[in-house]
Write a protein that binds this ligand. Sequence first.
Ligand code: SF4
Length: 247
Amino acid sequence: MAKEIIRQLKLYLEFLQEMGVEYLPRTQSREKPRPPATAHQQRVEKKPPPSRAELTAPSPQANPQLEAVRAEMGDCKRCPLWKERKTLVFGEGNPWARLMFVGEAPGREEDLQGRPFVGQAGKLLDQFLQTIGLSREDVYIANILKCRPPGNRTPQPHEIEQCFPFLLKQIQAIKPRIICCLGGVAAQSLVRQRVAITRLRGQFIPWRWGIELFLTFHPAYLLRNPGQKKNAMQDFLKVKEKLEGLG
Ligand code: SF4
């Protein structure tokens, strides 16, 4: 366990170094000494542990509207991609997230695990999130297509047409304030026109339902073009700033 934490920390520090970060500021512990417990606190601390019924009760985080979208999709066979998929990758994260990421389609690892962005590209996304003080649990991550195209080929228009309405329903259920499009396919599908990601990247575009779209590189592209990682880092910092501005 400790070895794994050290390995992760080392990887993260290497990532920061790659992004041009040369030092980390020292921070002082903000934890103040605890005052003596009041009678009320003592009663609260003596409270028995939650019962099994309490533990299995629906989480206050649950989003029934989002769950209804998943139920509606069922074992979807609306386009031919179902034939070769191992798992339908619906999406995951905070069902009430203010920031949502939309990628292209599941890859091999995602298809096997049933989770979005879990391969090398996913690890890179995690690192960017970590750098702006967020984790997967804070955001929601989904794709335009929920099933893997054979050999990770580019999604076809008729596949997008069948799957896209479910993404719209996911967005309506989650109600994010910002959607970060990862790569050209996601951007084009949401903007509904051809988009040169290199031209529009790093910009916020007013979209529907009061949501702003933000365009940046797909992490898989960054793995092939590491020279663009610093630009991507700037993009993530812009998103952070925007989120902070939203309060
Ligand atoms: S890609 Fe979308 S529309 Fe096609 S089978 Fe999978 S879930 Fe259904």
